[in-house]
Design a protein around this ligand. Structure first.
Ligand code: DCP
Ligand code: MG
Ligand code: MG
Length: 754
């Protein structure tokens, strides 16, 4: 059916491109407002990059067009745009020109990405042009007009799980969506539980099972396919079995679905390189999301979400439950709208920066360079300021933290690659001594929009989305200091951190001066103010007042000094009734450990809630015993109970075998076992004793060295646990009371009359 002049809102699901028959082709699939599947085919877009106008025509012959533009590079030179028929021609031309000594601009931007970014498509888009309806519900556009939109789609999700036998054959597949669950079973395998409520289809063999499954995928026509390890396990195996059975692995909205592998190389600090095979799903028209990967991408701990693995049926259902409960889809949609990445993206920061920045830069009349052309760093970049803490026990500590510090600095001081590079009538200075244009800036505006999105996420009580947007914003500072980004600049990145240092120091000085209270610690953008004894009742009032007053003062100060309009907000975060900073291990007594503390909030009923930062209790590589021991010591310290008897009794019980089950070390294997030759760490020594070591190694230290819990033969080395688990934890607190672990446990304290 022909539909002239159609205008449709849709959300981008999948995008692919290729050179075909001497042209560059893009295929996009989107989901429409009324559940239509929208297929967009483009073959009139020309891959492009820029070069200096001064490059001779003879050097750019392979371009299908060389266009004069009113665009410049950051150094003020005029640029031409070179268009090509294919991506391959574009890449070859860029390579040749670079070899001939000419600079090229943005030749490393993928033309598919460029097509989308220049139309400001971030997930949502409006398509207009003539359309043709085909099949059930596909609307086809060829070379339509496309621009970014604001539409939020309602997407259909299908969860899949599969059961395979030892020989790899598949005997069960379940597909679960909101309204129905369908299980396909080959033969009469008794391992399959069959529930009367669930729709079960018995198939004569694997081939029929696969065919029925593919038909179901087609009919249920979901926008999203999810599962637990759905790409590198479920779909990969289904693809393999389809091949074996001579069936086409067509799980997309058109043919061409593939699960493909790529080798990812990684070089470790010790020079060892490992390669890992990663699997990608290329499915036209359907987004494939691996639930554990998406959970991680949205800052959930996958360990808190364990699906049922008993069979494909319970698995598919429980994974769908997890997917919904963790609100992965709404977060993915929102992040796609903010970053321009596709829905299945799990991270990355350089690409979102390009996506948001480049089109705005072009509209301002400039093009950026290639990543390969950035100057290599000449110095280590400064980081945040961290105060030297004074160790000890404190009463009533208030914690303040700047809201989105680096993004706020970017907005306040108009920090921006374009604004840094071009001359401008009006510029704004900052504490690091650099200058940025006041009237030509892009990044502050991008950040402003993201800030608003984060505020909205906070308002909607969505901490995961808020965190995702926070990381995206902070990554925009991060990429400016990373050589993987075309906008890398030591000057800009250090302007941000040095300004952060200035703001932290100035605020601390101001708070101490105006309130007469001591700041005991601070890190990057956090400030710990000690009110002292008896101030508990007024703490919140004082905290709110300090936060407001400091924000106002900064506003005046930054305006007077730099002509900046402050966007900085100092949040009052928490009041700890008691607070402890341990002494630095192996350091002088008066030296506190940075980034280590324990705070206690004491409820009206006297209940104590502890917060650990950096300490053993907050780290996974310490034993349960050490954590419980530390926890209890702090409870006693904060409630002013003596510690000595407790320390002695724990040490005794340990040696009498009373805590054996709490002495397990857990450590993850990060490299191949074979890569350790010298200096084999304990967990690897333990792993080597197992035939098939798991990734997470659980082991004990015994009198015969490390042994995995599965193969424990020797008696435990209690002295080791005393030395490395109890003593350091105890001494970091005991020094404050003038005691020490060895004297206590050897019974010598009496000799000193304590
Ligand atoms: N920072 C960073 N990367 C991180 C954490 C922090 O670049 N993973 C930098 C940027 C932050 C600054 O340190 O702006 C302060 O860290 P916070 O954790 O306080 O983060 P924000 O101030 O940005 O956000 P919030 O509003 O949650 O405090
Ligand atoms: Mg902060
Ligand atoms: Mg902070």
């Amino acid at each position: 059916m022909y539909m002239p002049n159609s205008i449709l809102d849709c959300f981008l699901l999948t995008a692919s491109c290729r050179d075909n028959g001497g042209r560059f082709e893009i295929t996009l699939w989107g989901a429409g407002e009324l559940g239509e599947n929208i297929r967009i085919f483009i073959n009139t877009f020309h891959p492009l990059f820029f070069c200096h106008k001064s490059v001779p025509i003879s050097e750019t012959q392979t371009a299908s067009e060389r266009k004069q533009l009113s665009m410049k590079s950051f150094d003020g030179k005029e640029l031409d745009c070179l268009y090509f028929n294919t991506y391959a021609q574009m890449q070859q031309a860029a390579k040749r020109m670079k070899e001939a000594g000419y600079r090229v601009f943005e030749s490393d931007v993928n033309p598919l990405d460029r097509y989308l970014m220049e139309r400001m498509v971030s997930g949502s888009m409006t398509v207009s042009g003539e359309a043709r309806r085909s099949g059930q519900s596909v609307i086809n556009f060829t070379n339509p007009r496309l621009r970014g939109g604001t539409f939020t789609p309602k997407l259909k999700v299908l969860s899949i799980g599969a059961d395979a036998g030892e020989d790899g054959t598949i005997y069960g597949i379940t597909c679960a969506d909101e309204s129905q669950t369908r299980t396909f079973i080959a033969g009469n395998n008794p391992k399959n539980r069959v529930n009367a409520d669930d729709d079960v289809c018995f198939c004569k063999d694997e081939k029929q099972l696969l065919a029925n499954f593919l038909t179901h995928i087609k009919h249920s026509d979901s926008d999203i396919i999810i599962g637990w390890k759905v790409i590198d396990a479920t779909l990969r195996i289904i693809q393999e079995r389809c091949e074996k059975n001579g069936i086409r692995f067509d799980i997309g909205r058109e043919s061409g679905s593939r699960i493909v592998s790529a080798e990812r190389k990684r070089t470790w600090r010790d020079g060892y390189t490992s390669t890992k095979t990663v699997w990608h799903a290329r499915v036209p028209g359907r987004v494939v999301m691996d639930v554990p990967a998406m959970l991680k991408a949205y800052y959930h701990d996958p360990n808190n979400y364990q699906p049922d693995f008993s069979d494909s049926l319970t698995n598919a259902k429980s994974v769908l439950g997890i997917f919904n409960q963790a609100e992965i889809l709404p977060n993915a949609i929102e992040r796609s709208r903010r970053s321009g990445r596709l829905l299945d993206s799990t991270g990355g920061s350089v690409a979102p920066f390009d996506h948001l920045y480049l089109p705005r830069l072009h509209r301002a009349g400039f093009a950026a360079g290639d990543i390969a052309d950035i100057a290599q760093p000449s110095r280590a970049l400064p980081g945040g300021h961290v105060l030297d803490p004074t160790p000890g026990l404190y009463e009533n500590v208030l914690v303040f933290d700047f809201k989105s510090l680096y993004p706020s600095i970017i907005m306040t001081f108009m920090i921006d690659p374009l604004g840094f590079n071009i001359n401008s009538d009006e510029s704004i200075s900052n504490p690091s001594g650099t200058f940025f244009s006041k009237d030509n800036s892009i990044l502050p505006e991008i950040i402003r929009e993201l800030m608003a999105a984060r505020a909205q996420a906070v308002e909607q009580k969505n901490p995961y989305l808020s965190q995702a947007i926070k990381i995206l914003m902070n990554s925009f500072y991060g990429v400016l200091g990373s050589t993987g980004c075309r906008f890398f600049s030591e000057d800009i990145a250090s302007t941000i951190t040095l300004t952060g240092q200035y703001i932290l120091k100035a605020s601390i000085e101001h708070i101490e001066k105006t309130n007469g209270k001591k700041v005991i610690y601070g890190d990057t953008d956090s400030i710990f103010v000690c009110l002292g004894e008896g101030m508990g009742d007024q703490a919140d009032e004082i905290g709110t007042a300090i936060s407001k007053e400091t924000g106002n003062w900064l506003h005046r100060h930054l305006n007077e000094r730099f002509g900046a309009s402050s966007k900085l907000e100092l949040n009052y975060e928490i009041h700890y009734n008691r607070f402890f900073i341990p002494s630095l291990r192996g350091g002088d007594i008066g030296q506190g450990a940075k980034k280590h503390y324990c705070g206690a909030q004491i409820g009206e009923d006297g209940a104590i809630e502890l917060t650990f930062k950096g300490m053993e209790s907050a780290r996974s590589d310490w034993t349960d015993l050490a954590k419980e021991f530390q926890h209890e010591l702090f409870i006693k310290l904060f409630s002013r109970q003596p510690l000595e008897d407790y320390v002695i009794s724990i040490a005794n019980q340990l040696q009498n075998g009373g805590f054996d089950e709490k002495l397990v070390y857990r450590k993850r294997m990060r490299k191949d076992i074979g890569s350790y030759t010298s200096n084999v760490p304990p967990h690897v020594q333990a792993a080597k004793q197992l035939d098939a070591p798991p990734r997470l190694i659980k082991y004990y230290i015994t009198q015969n060295g490390p042994q995995p819990i599965e193969k424990l033969t020797s008696p435990l080395d209690y002295q080791h646990y005393i030395d490395s688990q109890l003593r350091p934890v105890a001494d970091s607190i005991l020094w404050w009371t003038g005691k020490d672990f060895d004297r206590l446990t050897s019974g010598q304290q009496d000799l000193f009359g304590e």
